[in-house]
Design a protein around this ligand. Structure first.
Ligand SMILES: [Zn+2]
Length: 274
């Protein structure tokens, strides 16, 4: 484990910049002593990691502002070519208290945060679309709506924002677009393949016309409408499996939060949760 003294002793004469931005807290890593490294996503700077000195003390200047899933106004110090910054101040804009009153909604929010943390680069450019999608997803999760379509809409929009927009117009192998004999989604191709071409890929999963329609509507819909799109019961499993397989292709190791969420929703153990 890294000691907080490490950061104090690595100060040099590089120019220090003080930055102010909105952000959403994604998670944290404990350090030795009273400090933590906090990960946030900002529309201006993308994913940022910063040391919060003294945050584990009962009386600390950050209060609850750096708890995961908190929308904050953040002030941090940075030096050129450094990925680890120093958090100076964090003021709460919204801490979504409704999320913390319901364990399923809270776990769903932590799943969203884990995906952002795992699939966006630290120190990359900010993507305002990703930031707005996080905020709207957290807001939707507080509205006591069915969380299943909200998470599927988040997943497909997030894939799109990362540059992995699913191809849903024609077979990616033979370009057929008549859909005569049924369709499958191929994670390695990133979209649809026809009934004849699916035999070339072992990882393909069948998808119904209703499932294809849901994905198309989700990609086009306004974020404020996230809680209104429905999924019929028969189509839930296929959409969950397709989007989880599409996301898994970009993860080095399985998610921690999703099996917990599945357990809460179904009472069953997830294959990734031995
Ligand atoms: Zn084909």
């Amino acid at each position: 484990m890294i000691s907080s003294a490490y950061f104090r002793n690595h100060q040099n004469f590089d120019p220090v910049t003080v930055n102010k931005t909105e952000a959403v807290v994604l998670g944290f890593t404990n350090l030795v002593g009273a400090d933590k490294i906090v990960s946030v996503y900002s529309p201006d700077y993308g994913q940022i990691r910063g040391v919060a000195h003294g945050i584990k003390r009962i009386k600390n200047r950050f209060g609850s502002s750096l708890e995961p899933l908190t929308h904050i106004c953040l002030i941090f110090k940075s030096r050129p070519n450094r990925d680890l910054h120093l958090i100076q101040q964090a003021d709460i804009i919204n801490n979504y208290p409704e999320l913390h009153r319901d364990i399923i909604s809270l776990t769903a929010g932590l799943y969203v945060a884990e995906l952002i943390q795992r699939l966006t680069p630290v120190g990359g450019d900010g993507e305002p679309g990703i930031f707005q999608t996080i905020l709207k997803t957290l807001e939707s999760l507080t509205q006591k709506a069915d969380i299943f379509p909200i998470l599927r809409i988040f997943e497909v929009k997030f894939l799109d924002l990362l540059g992995y927009r699913p191809h849903l117009q024609k077979c990616l192998v033979c370009s057929d677009s008549h859909f005569k004999h049924g369709w499958a989604f191929c994670p390695s191709m990133g979209g649809l393949v026809c009934h004849l071409c699916r035999s070339k890929f072992i990882e393909c999963r069948s998808i119904s016309p209703g499932g294809i329609m849901f994905l198309k509507q989700a990609l086009q819909m306004d974020l404020t409408m996230m809680g209104r799109l429905k999924i019929v019961t028969s189509g839930r499993k296929e959409l969950e499996e397709i989007l989880q397989s599409a996301l898994s292709r970009h993860l080095v190791y399985p998610l921690k939060s999703y099996p917990v969420l599945v357990n809460l929703l179904t009472g069953k153990r997830h294959p990734y949760n031995p």
